[in-house]
Design a protein around this ligand. Structure first.
Ligand code: PEP
Ligand code: MG
Length: 601
């Protein structure tokens, strides 16, 4: 039966494929495709883990049998029996094998996928006793995963093989994750952490849907950077869809259609082809300079999460990187069994790769912005759940609380500047004393490198304007920094007191609120007045609804996902910046700027 689930549109386009449900992030595993010749080895890993857990449980049974009833109650023996039964259940074994052999999922992914299938069956059982066995099954699977962590993966996750973001002639990037898999897959989850998303970035999904999340949550931001249709905040999506269901994701409307009828499929197939035609048309703009009708040059820069993203940035015609979210180098390391933090050398190599990847164009590296919805690992996420992390120890606050870590990052960035033009950007500053402390640490990092005789380059220093307090004390910021970058995602969140990750208040998250526009306008105007660089690197920069307004406010530097650059360039090419100035003033003065923005111009 066909039905639709509504959520928030995050990334444009239509995806049609089979649903891959990912279990809760409580059981956090890697997801990647293996080659067909590696599948048997993956099945063996699962088998070995099952046998090891069976032995473990049998040993426990034997020791329980030797204890008296006071030490080991009767229930314990019964529970062990149940766990053994679940472990040896044919549904688990054959299901896992199916996902590995037929779909080429890695062993951990196959196991958690089958866990999700069986757990769903338990949920639907009438008998309460049987329903409660779901928790036992989860425990059994967790035991198996622990064993699998102890055994090296039969294969390393393959290099990125995702559909590249740009253009029809991207022939150097294969389109599918596995040669034997031609059915597109779409990812459905209750929630995905940004670190999870980073893993998916390296695999192939044609689209994704989550139950929770807001439009500018970091999970959504990464989805946008993958340039695949996505919907967040779809509430019960993960409960309504079943593993392997056919679904359509409409990223423009924020809707998911489950089990579509042939007529609906045909309609969306048509829309999908229209989208492809539009992309091909935009693709022709990639070598064109972004200049307005009245000759104003506009810099369209890329936001990236990893050094490899510079490939997409170059292809899209970015003239530099305006925001390298360096925190993604620090995240998801638990799953890869790496040390908790990348050290100076590892970071230096990563920044250097990004700089070299841009072939002489500037790269703005933002120092680590963890906290809020970007915890370093899943354990931290669980521990911090009860706090309000967006107002907590995040970004520069976190860096200043751990100067040794911060100094290592600063040294790595300064060293990377030997290889090209690097700008150093500091997130979430609000106080004068934070600015002073940061500048002292930068000076100290330079001094340390000098002392060690290690070469380093010159960097321009920038601050993000993403807290209203910063936007209201611009003179202080401009006294100390060479340029400012407006982080509209957080500026909106903190100006309107709206958690950007919370779908329940997503309707109040309004980039066109007069207060938000006022702070953006003042920041641009003050920088222009003082002859300092200013750019917008939040999601507003890549949203074509705002291109003309930002041009009219005097902005000439926009940083966004590479996938958005061509659409924004098209707007720039059609705009007369001079004529937009008066109109932008009208928008700012309006009680309802959104209504004016919606009018055709
Ligand atoms: C922002 O806040 O607009 C921004 C670019 O930073 P992030 O989205 O990483 O918080
Ligand atoms: Mg921010």
């Amino acid at each position: 039966m066909t039905f639709a689930v509504h959520g928030l549109p995050v990334a444009r386009g239509i995806a049609i494929g089979r649903a891959v449900l990912v279990v809760s992030s409580r059981i956090n595993v890697s997801h990647y495709f293996v080659e067909s010749h590696q599948a048997e080895a993956e099945v063996d890993r699962v088998r070995a883990a099952r046998d090891a857990v069976a032995e473990e449980l049998q040993r426990l049974q034997a020791s329980v049998a030797l204890m008296g009833p006071s030490e080991a109650p009767h229930e314990l023996a019964a529970l062990l029996e149940v766990h053994l039964m679940l472990l040896q259940d044919e549904a688990l074994t054959s299901g896992v094998k199916h996902w590995i052999i037929e779909r080429l999922y890695n062993a951990e992914w196959a196991l958690t996928t089958q866990l999700e299938v069986i757990a769903r069956q338990f949920d639907e059982m009438e008998d309460e006793y049987l329903r409660e066995r779901k928790a036992d099954l989860e425990q059994v699977v967790e035991r198996m995963l622990r064993h699998m962590r102890g055994t090296a993966a039969a294969v390393a996750p393959p290099p990125p093989r995702r559909k590249s973001s740009f253009g029809p002639d991207d022939s150097d990037t294969p389109l599918t994750g596995s040669d034997s898999m031609d059915v597109p897959l779409v990812l459905i989850a209750h929630d995905l952490s940004p670190a999870d998303m980073l893993q998916f970035k390296k695999s192939v999904f044609a689209g994704f849907v989550t139950d929770v999340g807001g439009r500018t949550s970091h999970t959504a931001i990464i989805a946008r950077s993958m340039d695949i249709p996505a919907v967040v905040g779809a509430r019960l999506a993960s409960q309504l869809v079943r593993q392997d269901d056919w679904v359509i994701i409409d990223g423009d409307a924020g809707v998911m259609i489950v089990d579509p009828s042939p007529i609906i499929l045909a309609e969306y197939g048509f829309k999908q082809r229209q989208g492809e035609v539009e992309r091909e048309r935009l693709w022709r703009l990639r070598h064109k300079l972004a200049v307005t009708l009245d000759g104003q040059r506009v810099d369209l820069l890329a936001n990236i999460e990893l050094p490899e993203d510079t490939v997409g940035a170059m292809k899209a015609g970015a003239v530099g990187v305006g925001l390298f979210r360096s925190e993604f180098l620090f995240m998801g390391r638990e799953a890869k069994r790496l040390t908790r933090m990348p050290d100076e050398e590892e970071q230096y190599q990563a920044y250097r790769r990004a700089v070299e990847g841009m072939h002489g164009m500037p790269v703005t590296i933002r120092t680590i912005d963890v906290g809020a919805d970007k915890p370093l690992d899943s354990k931290a996420a669980r521990e911090e759940n009860h706090l309000n992390p967006a107002l907590g120890l995040r970004a520069i606050r976190w860096s200043l609380a751990d100067p040794a870590m911060f100094l290592a990052q600063l040294r790595a960035i300064l060293r990377a500047a030997v290889h090209g033009e690097v700008n150093l950007l500091i997130p979430m500053l609000a106080h004068g004393h934070e600015i002073h402390q940061t500048l002292s640490l930068i000076a100290l990092a330079r001094g340390e490198l000098e002392g060690r005789g290690v070469p380093f380059g010159h960097v321009k220093l920038g601050a993000m304007i993403e807290i209203p307090a910063a936007a209201l004390t611009l003179k202080l910021f401009l006294k100390h920094f060479d340029f400012l970058s407006i982080g509209t995602n957080d500026l909106i969140q903190y100006t309107l007191a709206i958690d950007r990750t919370d779908e329940a208040v997503a309707h109040l998250y309004d980039p066109a609120h007069p207060a938000v526009l006022g702070l953006i306008a003042d920041t641009i105007a003050e920088c222009v007045r003082q002859g300092k660089g200013v750019s917008v690197c939040g999601e507003m920069a890549g949203d074509v609804q705002f291109t003309r307004l930002l041009l009219g406010l005097g902005l000439r530097s926009f940083s966004m996902h590479p996938s958005q650059i061509l659409a924004v360039k098209q707007e720039v090419l059609r705009a007369d910046a001079g004529k937009l100035v008066g109109w932008a003033r009208e928008v700012l003065a309006s009680e309802d700027p959104a209504a004016l923005l919606a009018l055709p111009r």
